[in-house]
Design a protein around this ligand. Structure first.
Ligand code: SAM
Length: 238
């Protein structure tokens, strides 16, 4: 599959890396077929044209590999392991990743890092046969993020210290009725190695985030996002 090709009526315009991937890596020739993703969640069967810059769109391919609702993960940057976090959360179905600088963040990555993470997300989305490539937003401080005017419902902050927080798995399960899914898009915030500060937790709760637990054990900052997404999938993909 090639990700997010540019679709023209009846045709696909292939950029140079895509041409290279199809002809050199996959060793496809004129007339050979492959799957192209249009970036809107739809897959298409396509055929290489005599002109290697183009392919012909043959038919759409029905697929459903996305989680039932969009999931936005707000992640305080751990010092190490962000490549792995991007890869794993893409495999597990995240829709949007928001890297945030928190009070205890020790890393301030260069713009090159963001490009790298977007590349990793693209590769992982292809490997997992996702319909979309997750969006990785530009870096922002957690406090600025919380101050944004939009305060969507279904916001959860993973905390380890708050007294008896609800389990994320239970909260999600309780939101569903026998008649079907009640939940809309989800936002889940995961803290850095040192955890959120009490002030951050308070501000998040004031911004509509419900404190939740991922279980009795403390997970590493690079493990917690994958666990949170797995719980979402377990609760919603039934
Ligand atoms: N000493 C830190 C603390 O007390 O919060 C541990 C932070 S933990 C390594 C990194 C982040 O992962 C936390 O800020 C939290 O968002 C998430 N996390 C890890 N284990 C968790 C759990 N059992 N329940 C909820 N969140 C958890």
């Amino acid at each position: 599959a090639i990700a997010e090709a540019q679709f023209l009526p009846g045709e696909i315009l292939l950029d140079r890396p895509q041409q290279h991937y199809l002809s050199r890596v996959l060793r496809l020739k004129e007339g050979d077929r492959f799957i192209a993703m249009d970036g809107q969640g739809q897959w298409w069967l396509a055929q290489l044209s005599p002109n290697p810059e183009f392919a012909t769109v043959l038919e759409s391919i029905p697929v459903q590999t996305e989680l039932p609702v969009p999931v936005r993960l707000i992640l305080a940057l751990p010092k190490n392991g962000w490549d792995e976090v991007v890869r794993q959360t893409t495999e597990l179905g995240v829709t949007t990743l928001v890297p945030v600088l928190s009070d205890r963040t020790v890393l301030n990555p260069s713009p090159n890092k963001l490009d790298r993470w977007r590349r990793i997300a693209r590769e992982a989305a292809e490997q997992s046969e996702r319909q979309i490539i997750p969006t990785i937003l530009d870096l922002v401080t957690f406090r600025d993020y919380l101050a944004l005017p939009e305060k969507p419902p279904n916001r959860y902050i993973c905390v380890t210290r708050t007294e008896a927080p609800h389990l994320l798995a239970q909260v999600l399960a309780s939101q569903q009725s026998p008649a079907g899914l009640q939940l809309g898009p989800l936002e889940i915030a995961v803290g850095p190695e040192g955890g959120w500060t009490p002030a951050e937790e308070e501000q998040a709760i004031a911004s509509g985030f419900q404190p939740v637990s991922l279980g009795s054990r403390i997970l590493r900052a690079v493990t917690a996002p994958a666990v949170a997404l797995s719980l979402v999938a377990a609760a919603l993909e039934i």
